[in-house]
Design a protein around this ligand. Structure first.
Ligand SMILES: [Zn+2]
Length: 265
């Protein structure tokens, strides 16, 4: 059980009663309310992350995000900016959370979900959330967005949806033709472990496209994209062995691509 979890449990009823009476807290006043000095604002911000991770797990709009504000009375600019979160999600989550009337059922759901995070700190809560909430679909639900067909729902850093390609940060507008070609190359089988993807409601086999070396090279090429199982996809992003996995994926995708080129001659 982490110290942050214990503080989160203390802070939750304070945030709940602030939300119920339409009051805002700041990290400073929140710190005081749990008997900490006002200069513990940063630690409290992390505790708020943990509370929001719990809300997200419970698929409840984010309570701490819109109730506990920074020194400028603004929503924490760092929350929901992790690189696995698709463009538009943060804005959607904020909008939905601001417009939500929290109920006792919401508070209970958050408290229950918090139990699942009792060994996580506020910082690791975000990473952990990437593992617990691996699907873009769930994040879209949380942001109150329309869902998309799930065999197209997940890419590393974005989706095929044109609404999501206008983001100018580190994400790339993916070339859907490359992804389609990679899916054809994979023919339903994971290009990493060889297993057949599960069958989707529309009959297609489910695989996710991982963009290898995204940080070094933004190009969409057949040798940069590999179709893999969802678990492996999360692991190559968040796992301890991610560098090792990525190296293996580079080797495997080279073989797969050479085979495809040979077959097409
Ligand atoms: Zn696999």
């Amino acid at each position: 059980m982490t110290k942050q979890y214990e503080t989160a449990r203390q802070l939750l009823p304070v945030v709940v009663s602030a939300a119920a009476s339409h009051q805002f807290l700041t990290y400073q006043t929140a710190a005081e309310s749990v008997g900490r000095p006002r200069n513990h604002a940063r630690a409290i911000a992390q505790v708020c992350n943990l509370l929001d991770a719990a809300a997200a797990l419970a698929e409840v709009p984010l309570l701490a995000l819109v109730t506990v504000l920074d020194t400028n009375n603004k929503i924490n600019p760092n929350a929901w900016t992790a690189d696995f979160i698709e463009p538009g999600i943060r804005e959607g989550i904020i909008k939905r959370s601001l417009g939500h009337t929290f109920t006792n059922a919401d508070f209970e759901a958050i408290a229950l979900a918090l139990e699942q995070l009792k060994d996580k700190s506020g910082e690791s809560a975000w990473k952990h959330l990437g593992v617990l909430m691996p699907s873009a679909e769930r994040r879209r639900r949380l942001a109150g967005m329309e869902s998309v067909a799930y065999d197209d729902a997940i890419d590393d850093l974005g989706t095929d949806d044109p609404a999501y390609t206008s983001y100018s940060g580190i994400r790339y507008a993916r070339d859907p033709q490359v992804r389609e070609a990679v899916r054809r190359r994979a023919a339903g089988k994971c290009e990493f472990c060889g297993k057949l993807g599960f069958k989707c409601a529309n009959g297609a086999r489910y695989l996710e496209c991982h963009h290898i070396l995204a940080a070094n090279d933004g190009a969409d090429r057949m040798t940069n994209v590999i179709a893999i199982c969802p678990g492996e996809h999360r692991e190559v992003h968040f796992g301890e062995r991610r560098d090792e996995l990525e190296a293996e994926m580079i080797a495997k995708v080279k073989v797969a691509e050479a085979r495809r080129l040979r077959a097409s001659i």
